[in-house]
Design a protein around this ligand. Structure first.
Ligand SMILES: *Cc1c(COP(=O)(O)O)cnc(C)c1O
Length: 381
């Protein structure tokens, strides 16, 4: 339904712009909340994927809180959602740790040296301590930069470095090893976690399964996820947390762009007023080809174009898409799944403007959440 709305309104929007789809966000939240209700597990929004705080009051109605990666996310989650707030960082700065502790109920450390350094400060503030472990069990090979179990990964404490005699005050374990994965990979990961850290689990009160669970994707096996949660609850008496980012806003945003020119270079190039490098950097980093409304795979439909940006970066190319009819200069095009890892990662490289952010509300009205201009480019330099 909201896709037909975006087709209707796209010509009235200034480009480039992001449009967050409230109806889709709510649909995702209902799925996640269902898991919480049925299992008693607590689900946190990993702000790293989606920090559009204008929606935090809505998200907080369904989820239990926020997960943060450092001081700024900790403050944003505390001020804008105000529910449970958990933080993990590979290392905390001395000058920031007290403020972080003031915002967060759960502080997760990545090493015993960080634990030794800050343990007393967390405990005297009455906050909880967790340790991130590395089960050294890779479940994906597609995206190595997103594999915290890859060789010499700095993320998480390995079994050989885990000091069972030095966990006073530690009440939880945290792992994060998945990326856009289904619950069979979670189940296999839990086997590795139990095998390597089962003795520690017996002494804990809570466990955090991290993120990377694609729970709101159509083919996700939710009942297997719920069995995984119950297994940790029943066997060890643990409170279970999950902190998905993607799953909260999966397929819940668009990036609307205008076609500025068409040139012919071995094939047709469509030059648009958005940029992979600036507005959807994961397209280049992951890499992936984002969905584009009403288009087909390269060559699938009669007219194929390579989509590229206005910038000077030769590789700033979004992908090849095909259409039933030739495109015309001035056409509006709509990329899908643009709520996650887009706004949080965008930049003004090449002096590209930042897209305005709109919210498409459930009643089909559209409101502007934030607008940017020259000053936003200038102020960062
Ligand atoms: C990235 C990250 C998440 C969220 O991951 P998604 O893939 O967006 O679900 C959660 N926890 C930690 C520690 C992370 O690094």
């Amino acid at each position: 339904m909201s896709e037909s709305t975006i087709r209707e309104i796209k010509n009235a929007l200034p480009t480039p712009c992001y449009v967050i789809d409230e109806e889709r966000i709510i649909r995702n939240l209902e799925i996640l909340h269902g898991v919480e209700i049925r299992t008693g597990a607590k689900i946190l929004l990993a702000q790293k994927a989606f920090s559009c705080y204008h929606l935090y009051p809505l998200i907080g109605e369904y989820l239990s809180g926020t997960a943060c990666s450092g001081l700024f996310e900790a403050r944003l989650g505390y001020e804008e959602m105000g529910r449970e707030n958990h933080v993990f960082s590979a290392a905390y700065r001395e000058s920031e740790i007290d403020e972080i502790i003031s915002y967060c109920g759960h502080i997760i450390f990545n090493s015993f040296s960080q634990l030794d350094r800050y343990r007393e400060r967390v405990l005297s503030a009455g906050k909880k301590i967790g340790l991130r472990i590395n089960p050294e069990y890779s479940t994906q090979t597609d995206h190595e930069i997103y594999d915290p179990c890859s060789p010499s990964s700095r993320l998480g404490i390995r079994q050989k470095n885990f000091r069972y005699d030095d966990i006073d005050g530690v009440t939880g374990l945290h792992f994060h090893t998945l990326c856009e994965q289904n619950s069979d990979d979670l189940e296999a990961t839990l086997n590795a976690v139990e095998e390597k850290f089962g003795a520690a689990l017996k002494k804990m009160e809570w466990i955090n399964f991290g993120g990377g669970h694609h729970i709101t994707r159509e083919d996700y096996d939710i009942s297997r996820l719920e069995r995984c949660i119950r297994r940790m609850q029943d066997k060890y008496g643990l409170e279970v947390y999950l902190e998905p980012g993607e799953a909260v806003a999966l397929n819940a945003g668009y990036l609307v762009t205008e076609l500025l020119d068409i040139t012919e270079n071995d094939m047709l190039s469509a030059i648009v007023d958005t940029s992979a490098a600036c507005h959807m950097p994961d397209v280049l980093e992951m890499p992936y080809r984002p969905p584009l409304l009403d288009s087909g795979a390269p060559g699938e439909k009669a007219f194929s174009y390579r989509f590229g940006s206005q910038t000077c970066l030769a590789g700033d190319s979004i992908g090849i898409y095909s259409f039933d009819k030739p495109l015309k200069i001035g056409d509006r095009l709509v990329f899908g799944d643009m709520a996650i890892y887009s706004m949080v990662k965008n930049n003004t490289f090449n002096g590209m403007p930042l897209p305005e952010i709109f919210l498409l509300k459930r009643d089909n009205s559209v409101i502007s959440l934030n607008k940017f201009g020259y000053e936003d480019f200038r102020n960062r330099l």
